[in-house]
Design a protein around this ligand. Structure first.
Ligand code: 3HC
Length: 725
């Protein structure tokens, strides 16, 4: 592809400026790397060149190795080791000194390129970091060796293990860069510094061989070992952070060059693991949710949403208002009386001030955000808003009345949206003539923190309205996913079998705490289904369950134990007991008083006749709970509720905490193998047929088809081939 290269300019000052070119972020595609390598060799060989500056075109240094290239080459994660080994060596120890002039971003391989230079300058606003672990790999251009030698081991381990970038100011403080220079002078100062190093008036630093920032050997090894133990505790399923630490340790023990060899081996190993494939998939899938077929390719221009109205200042409404004012959107917050209004305004204020307390925001910025919030008890100013988000009680009649009022009060082009999680969007707007501008804006609680926004369209919602809502979602820093209108939309719908399958396991004789452990520690969910029920509230779960049963009755399993807990007012955290008991600090522990509820549920279900409970390994528990979820996910894809399977992957990761290193629901099933999923589901359908529960497990047609050799799909979704219609 034209434009993927590195160019060079030779100045009369004897400095060659090599510029990385691959818009928009100058990713290090193999063509860019080989261009860089060639230009470097050329510059080093010319007698009129004294020094070299490396920079990036169009205000960005580089966002690292081109992620599209991973997996294209067998082994080594798509990285050509002959270039990799040599270009950093040539940058660091070639005949001429090198200086990196960094603007915008220096991430991953981008920062590693800069680290190999003999000095670094950056401009204000630059972000520098090694986020490779987020992609299931580790730094592969020498970062595991050079970063610790530049900023110290402890800081380097933290930067790599958290993947968090640092600011220009922090980079200067850490010694990661040698100076911060306004962007208009950056190149000139980098040239001058390069010339001075060439002239010997400034020292030439060879980072790989520095030891001045490294802790003494014993302390350094203790830092790595501590980081290893912590990582194993925090992320027991992940191997690549440990591989990263192994490479760092090798460099500490045996020196930088041996460390580079260890890094290359560790990188190749990490790149061969499923976690890497899954995380790269999520990286692109998350960016692709904003591309919706028939909407974002329809030649329309999104309209910026500058001012919205939020109806209802409860938990959801105040969270939505918080996210909006934080992103610079003006908000009218409407309530039905002054008491509720004041409570809602206070909630927004508390949400914002807690960011100040945590050091995430300056007080002045918080004040400015709060200045964008106006409380109201009337519709008087609703003519000024671009969009309304209704977050009132879940009552169809009430919502229909509100939407009729909104139609009268708002401009004819204002978007009318509802945050309902249970009511049909078409019903909400049934008393208006505004169907084309009615859309669901389904936030997850707490709305100012949870990153997903489901944008629910009906067949009548106009493309322009979907486009504008997508734009609003991105503006308030959510990941928007467009979904179709059905009970539960995408996320709540695919997760309804989650708790139900868990309840069935208990009715079959399994201990609920064993089930939770398998799902949390064995699989990697943030918590098991029963702990989640306690968090959400058994009453809410039961309400949602009834709702779902109404629509998908033939494949629901009645959660009797949850009904029993609701009857006894054991609703979870909010009442101090549910499946678990909670102390004053809301710490959960197993509760012996749960036993009679378990017994009652088992008796009613009649699936367990006492004696030894059936043998279920942790893996069996995971499959029994998640394969029905996958099955529902396939229905959601086949019905076109999501635009593409990857959207469901992103939604399940962001809203339910499905482990991103498993790739999201559908990608995980792909990695596990559709055939295995379908076979197990079919087995359980047969096993539970006599109990009338085969509908809960029966594999969907799409899933079966994909798992049968020789059958071709009618719709091809590429690697997410399981979701076939
Ligand atoms: N490779 C390929 N494409 C990349 C890329 C990369 N490293 N980084 C970003 N892009 C693409 C995105 O996919 C997106 O493409 P699209 O417009 O077609 O959807 C485009 O660049 C713009 O990216 P964003 O939408 O994310 O724009 P933002 O301005 O929000 O963010 C960013 C920019 C901070 C650079 C962010 O994209 C990012 O964090 N990128 C990934 C950085 C990273 O992980 N680097 C490590 C790569 S692995 C590596 O270097 C291995 C080495 O150690 C050997």
């Amino acid at each position: 592809m034209p434009g993927r290269t590195a160019t060079v300019e030779y100045g009369s000052d004897g400095v060659a400026v090599i510029s990385l070119q691959n818009p928009p972020v100058n990713a290090l595609h193999p063509a860019v790397l080989s261009g860089l390598f060639d230009r470097l060799r050329e510059a080093h060989s010319r007698s009129d060149v004294k020094a070299i500056v490396v920079t990036g075109a169009k205000g960005k240094f580089s966002a690292g190795f081109d992620i599209n290239e991973f997996g294209k080459q067998a082994g080594g994660g798509g990285i050509d080791s002959t270039i990799n080994d040599n270009f950093c060596e040539l940058l660091e120890s070639g005949p001429k000194p090198t200086v990196a002039a960094i603007e915008g971003v220096a991430l991953g391989g981008g920062l590693e390129t800069a680290l190999a230079c003999n000095a670094r300058l950056c401009s204000p606003g630059t972000k520098l970091g090694l986020p490779e672990l987020q992609l299931g790999i580790l730094p592969g251009f020498g970062g595991t060796q050079r970063l610790p030698r530049l900023v110290g081991l402890q800081t380097a381990c933290q930067m790599m293990l958290t993947s968090a970038p640092v600011s220009d100011a922090k980079a200067l403080k850490l010694g990661l860069v040698d100076g911060v220079v306004p962007r208009e002078r950056l190149l000139a100062e980098a040239r001058q510094l390069a010339a001075e190093i060439a002239a010997g008036t400034k020292p030439r630093q060879f980072t790989l061989y520095r030891t001045d920032k490294l802790e003494a050997l014993g302390e350094a090894l203790a830092v790595v070992d501590f980081a290893r133990a912590e990582t194993q505790k925090r992320a027991p399923h992940l191997m690549h952070p440990l591989l990263c630490l192994d490479a760092i340790r090798a460099g500490i023990e045996h020196g930088g060059r041996a460390g580079l060899r260890a890094e290359a081996e560790a990188f190749a190993k990490a790149a061969s693991l499923d976690a890497h494939k899954a995380l790269v998939h999520i990286f692109f899938a998350q960016r692709a949710t904003k591309k919706v077929r028939g909407v974002t390719d329809a030649g329309l221009k999104p309209r910026r949403i500058k001012r919205i109205a939020v109806l209802g200042g409860g938990l959801m409404g105040s969270g939505i208002a918080t996210a909006s004012v934080l992103a610079g959107v003006d908000v009218l917050l409407k309530e039905i009386n002054d008491k509720f209004l004041q409570a809602g305004m206070k909630r927004v204020e508390a949400n914002i001030m807690s960011r100040v307390k945590k050091g995430k925001m300056k007080e002045a910025a918080a004040k400015a955000a709060l200045g964008r919030l106006i409380g109201t008890l009337t519709y008087d100013d609703f003519g000024s808003v671009d969009m309304v988000i209704e977050a009132a009680l879940e009552d169809v009649g009430l919502k229909q009345k509100i939407f009729a009022d909104l139609e009268a009060a708002c401009r004819p082009d204002a978007i009318l949206s509802t945050n309902t999680s249970t009511i049909d969007i078409s019903l909400v707007g049934a008393k208006t003539k505004a169907a084309e501008r009615i859309v669901g804006a389904h936030f997850f609680s707490p709305a100012h923190i949870m990153p997903l926004l489901e944008i629910v369209r009906t067949p009548q919602t106009s493309k322009q309205v979907i486009l504008n809502t997508l734009e609003y979602g991105s503006a308030i820093k959510k990941t928007p996913v467009v979904v179709g209108n059905c009970t539960g939309f995408a996320v709540n719908r695919v997760f309804f079998p989650y708790t139900q399958a868990a309840c069935m396991l208990v009715d079959l004789g399994l201990d609920p705490y064993t089930v939770d452990k398998a799902i949390q520690f064995g699989f990697g969910m943030p918590m098991g289904p029963f702990r989640l029920s306690d968090l959400v509230g058994a009453d809410i779960g039961l309400h949602v369950g009834h709702n779902v049963a109404g629509s998908y009755g033939e494949r629901t399993y009645p959660s009797r134990i949850i009904q029993a807990l609701v009857d006894a007012k054991r609703l979870g955290e909010k009442t101090g007991a549910g499946f678990y008991k909670f102390d004053a600090r809301r710490k959960a522990s197993p509760d012996p008083e749960l036993a009679p509820f378990v017994e009652r549920s088992r008796k009613e279900a009649g699936l367990f006749r006492g004696g030894k409970p059936p043998a279920f390994s942790p893996q069996d528990i995971v499959e029994f709970i998640f394969f029905p979820v996958v099955n529902e996910g396939c229905r959601v894809v086949a019905e076109g509720i999501v635009d593409k399977p990857a959207d469901l992957d992103v939604a399940t990761v962001l809203a339910m905490g499905f482990p991103p290193y498993r790739g999201g629901l559908i990608k995980w099933a792909d990695l596990v193998g559709a055939k295995h999923v379908a076979t197990r589901l079919a087995g359980w359908a047969e096993q539970f047929k006599s109990a009338g529960l085969d509908g809960f497990f029966r594999p969907t047609r799409g899933l079966l088809r994909d798992s049968m050799p020789g059958l071709t799909a009618t719709v091809d979704y590429g690697s997410e081939g399981m979701a076939l219609i």
